[in-house]
Write a protein that binds this ligand. Structure first.
Ligand code: HXC
Length: 258
């Protein structure tokens, strides 16, 4: 896959996507988000890929939406083109797990992009923030909604209203990221997590992703019912038989994704 703003590599059933606009700290412009949506959709359909890792550079995962591109736009422009909605909607349609590996700045749309992924592994250098207020705007691809669900109202208000940055330790303490690792270990650690996921039944992985995401979309009662239904349904699969037999026979399972 040839992209101008991304580098995509596939190894051992894991795709690594690097955002690649180093001169702008990976600021998200239409080209980058368009290419990212396109790459994610293609990798979702690629049978040699079972898990995706999304990362930036050492200095910046992404420093937000591209301010140069946005600054002169009018309401009519933004509303008319439904700015960044088709791209983010396409990312949400990806059924394979996406791990965000964040080093350095993840600000504004960069923080929001990390939260669109399924979980975030952070380097100890990571800095998260929603500084849109300093530009006279508000988060636009989910920040007010997702950050609030991750870290609670008080901290989310603090971040959005003051525009301050959160370091990796605070992000882990608050539940924004799943783990923090030394910067030099970020990619190896994220790739190892992705490879672990790639070893599972791809069918079960999709069900798990869907079920956890359901918890954001519905009431507890409906979510529990959904979980129970998919739990029961998985007993119709060969991979459930294989997984449980392998445990009882004290061997590694050989999943066949069916
Ligand atoms: C465009 C950006 C950029 C951005 C950095 N750059 N962030 N260009 N859009 N969001 C560019 C700078 O202009 C500069 O280009 C180069 O990247 C290096 O940045 P510096 O500022 O010189 O680096 P540094 O001093 O280390 O400061 C790093 C930083 C700062 C703290 C991350 O760049 C910063 O505050 N950036 C903006 C962060 C932000 O406000 N994000 C929210 C954007 S709004 P030149 O050409 O001068 O070398 C948003 C809305 C989302 O995300 C809604 C989505 C629809």
């Amino acid at each position: 896959m040839a992209y101008q703003t991304l580098i995509v590599e596939i190894e051992d059933y894991v795709a690594l996507i690097r955002l690649n606009r180093p001169d702008a700290l990976n600021a998200l412009n239409s080209q980058l988000l368009g290419e990212l949506a396109d790459a994610l959709s293609a990798l979702d359909a690629n049978e040699t890929v079972r898990c995706i890792v999304l990362t930036g550079s050492e200095k910046a995962f992404a420093a937000g939406a591209d301010i140069k591109e946005m600054s002169e736009k009018s309401f009519v422009d933004m509303f008319g083109e439904d700015f960044f909605t088709p791209e983010t909607e396409a990312m949400l349609r990806v059924r394979k797990p996406i791990i965000a590996a964040v080093s350095g700045y993840a600000l504004g749309g960069g923080c929001e992009l990390a939260m669109i992924c399924d979980f975030i592994i952070a380097a100890d250098t990571a800095k998260f923030g929603q500084p849109e207020i300093n530009l006279g705007v508000v988060a636009g691809i989910g920040g007010t909604q997702r950050l609030t669900r991750f870290v609670g109202k008080s901290k989310s208000m603090d971040m959005h209203l003051t525009g301050r940055f959160m370091d990796a330790a605070e992000a882990e303490r608050s539940g924004l990221v799943s783990r923090v690792v030394p910067a030099a270990k970020l990619i190896p650690e994220a790739m190892a997590a992705a490879r672990k996921i790639a070893e599972k039944s791809a069918l079960t992985v999709k069900v798990v992703k869907e079920a956890v995401n359901r918890s954001y979309e519905t009431t507890l009662r409906e979510g529990l019912l959904y979980e129970r239904r998919v739990f029961h349904a998985l007993f119709a699969t060969e991979d459930q038989k294989e997984g449980m037999s392998a445990f009882l026979e004290k061997r590694q399972p050989q999943f066949r994704d069916r």
